[in-house]
Design a protein around this ligand. Structure first.
Ligand SMILES: NC(=O)c1ccc[n+]([C@@H]2O[C@H](COP(=O)([O-])OP(=O)(O)OC[C@H]3O[C@@H](n4cnc5c(N)ncnc54)[C@H](OP(=O)(O)O)[C@@H]3O)[C@@H](O)[C@H]2O)c1
Length: 330
């Protein structure tokens, strides 16, 4: 089969698009003919070696997939050949990644694709959607009527957070770095969108939410607590989920006197049992037409190296080239 893989860490040039053996599913696995995969910033950290990960080379990149079951292991119940399925959390803890024509995936990681939903749309919502649902529901316990703030409402995580917070009936403030992205965030349902390059974000937040922000979702890798804690409401919750190298100053006084709490998490730590309700919610909201994928572009899998270059430039080097996900098709 064709796959996009690495034999060493490094720049995007270390990605090879070539032939690898098609995997054989175990009794508990299904063999999936992959219809679409997507790029996540974590793929960049793995490929560059920025985060410690035990990799067995050749290592197939990619966390998420959507596709069709072509073979089901002997002990797989409830999933049959021909079923359309999606998965996240591959390419970690010894599991191969998804950037290939075929992938063998343990049945416990597989979720059905709702009728009428494309492989491209579901894959673009998989890792980021599970992250958003876990953060909003499990960690921040967002309630109807509360004010939520998230940076970068047209980004991968941000676009899911904006939409899900609206589904949960919160009042949503987000930011964007261009007029086009401001408009995109409005279309996603945000109540207030602030251009962080041309407007005073803090003043806009204070005007919209004089009592403060109930849930502050920080997508930036350099959180500025000196700035953001004063913007929190009484009993405000802050979600942090990016910035492994960040060592910011933390103003203790203004935080605890408002009974605030801080919730850090990485979605890949969530067990299958914890991720499944998030996956079910994504399927339900997609079926109900409440949730939409934010896809910047669709490329052939053969252009995996180019996709990595683009994602790195946009997310890590902060050029903002992308507005949403890159989807790749084998
Ligand atoms: N912990 C977890 O489980 C988890 C899961 C998924 C992702 N992550 C991490 O979360 C981060 C975001 O991931 P992503 O997929 O959403 O990336 P992304 O699609 O590149 O989005 C990044 C967003 O940040 C915004 N942004 C950049 N600089 C900004 C600034 N100065 N002020 C306000 N907004 C700014 C961008 O807005 P503009 O484009 O408008 O400039 C963009 O919307 C990454 O570091 C990723 O590794 C963590």
């Amino acid at each position: 089969m064709k796959a996009a893989y690495i034999t060493q860490t490094g720049t995007p040039d270390v990605i090879t698009y070539g032939d690898l053996p098609t995997p054989k599913p175990t009794r508990r696995q299904c063999l999936i003919k992959v219809g679409a995969v997507d790029v996540n910033p974590i793929d960049i950290y793995i490929r560059t070696g920025a985060i410690p990960a035990k990799l067995t080379f050749p290592f197939i990149l990619g966390r998420d997939l959507a596709g069709t079951v072509v073979e089901a292991g002997a002990s797989v119940k409830g999933i049959k050949v021909g079923d359309r399925v999606w998965a996240s959390n591959q390419g970690t803890e010894g599991r191969p990644g998804t950037f290939a024509e075929f992938a063998a995936v343990d049945k416990r990681w597989l979720y059905p694709i709702p009728q009428g939903v494309s492989d491209e749309d579901i894959v673009a919502l998989s890792l980021v959607g599970i992250t958003a649902q876990l953060g909003l529901v499990r960690y921040a316990n967002l309630r109807a009527g509360e004010v939520l703030f998230v940076n970068g409402g047209s980004g991968g995580v941000g676009s899911s957070v904006v939409q899900m917070a609206k589904i949960l009936r919160a009042r949503v403030i987000t930011t964007a770095g261009s007029a086009e992205k401001v408009e995109l965030c409005r279309q996603l349902g945000a109540d207030l969108v602030v251009n962080y390059k041309t407007e005073d974000v803090d003043a806009a937040i204070k005007a919209f939410a004089p009592e403060g922000v109930n849930v502050w979702w920080e997508t930036l890798r350099e959180p500025n607590f000196e700035r953001t804690i004063p913007l929190l409401a009484m009993r405000g919750r802050m979600v942090i989920m990016a910035g492994r190298d960040a060592r910011p100053v933390f103003p203790v006084g203004p935080f605890y006197v408002k009974d605030c709490s801080l919730h850090g998490f990485a979605m890949f730590n969530a067990s299958i049992r914890e991720q499944r309700p998030a996956a079910n919610a994504i399927n339900r909201w997609l079926t109900e037409g409440k949730l939409k994928a934010r896809i910047d572009r669709v490329l052939p899998l053969a252009q995996a190296a180019e996709a990595h270059r683009l994602q790195e430039e946009s997310t890590i080097n902060r050029t903002g080239t992308l507005a949403g996900k890159i989807v790749l098709k084998p």
